[in-house]
Write a protein that binds this ligand. Structure first.
Ligand SMILES: [Zn+2]
Length: 175
């Protein structure tokens, strides 16, 4: 193929489809049919010029499943889309920008994490929670979280043995 593929890897596509449960995250309807025609993995922060050089462009945190109708609405109703997190400015990090997703007839604000999971907590707060979610974070996420919270972690490590274990896990994965 002459055309360069600037989209997510097949593994990331599968991860996002699994996370989104094949439901359009804007209207809550099940998606079906063909990718690109009936549904898309929408880039919240557009790839833009040179956008593909930023690795997070194709992280699950920047991708969301939309049906074709909602995708068209996201692109045409840009002000609302920025407010709801379906669009993210180039100067923002998608992982740290909440998105209002449809859930059982309601809307709720969640964060889409780079590792393909999602939750109500700002990524910064995932460190201080120190529950199972922390250890599920991908090495890249953990690396950034460590940078943000190095001082808090050092203090917490003295009182929490669970954190020491988490750090050891991280070191092994990073090696
Ligand atoms: Zn939809």
């Amino acid at each position: 193929m002459a055309r360069r593929n600037t989209g997510p890897t097949p593994a990331t596509v599968e991860l996002v489809l699994k996370r989104d449960n094949r439901i359009c995250r804007r209207c809550g309807c099940e998606v079906y049919g063909e990718r690109g025609r009936d549904w898309v993995l929408h880039h919240r922060r557009p790839r833009g010029i040179g956008g593909t050089r930023r690795p997070e462009t194709n992280y699950p945190s920047n991708l969301v499943l939309l049906d074709a109708v909602c995708h068209a609405n996201v692109e045409s109703q840009r002000e609302v889309s920025y407010h709801d997190g379906f669009l993210v400015h180039q100067y923002d990090d998608p992982e740290r920008t909440a998105i209002s997703v449809a859930a059982l007839g309601e809307y709720r604000w969640v964060y889409l994490y780079a590792d393909g999971t999602e939750g109500p907590d700002h990524p910064h707060e995932r460190v201080t929670v120190l529950d199972g979610r922390f250890q599920q974070a991908s090495p890249s996420v953990i690396e950034r979280l460590f940078a943000y919270h190095a001082d808090k972690l050092a203090a917490a490590a003295e009182s929490a043995s669970g954190l020491v274990e988490a750090e050891e896990t991280y070191t092994e994965e990073a090696a």
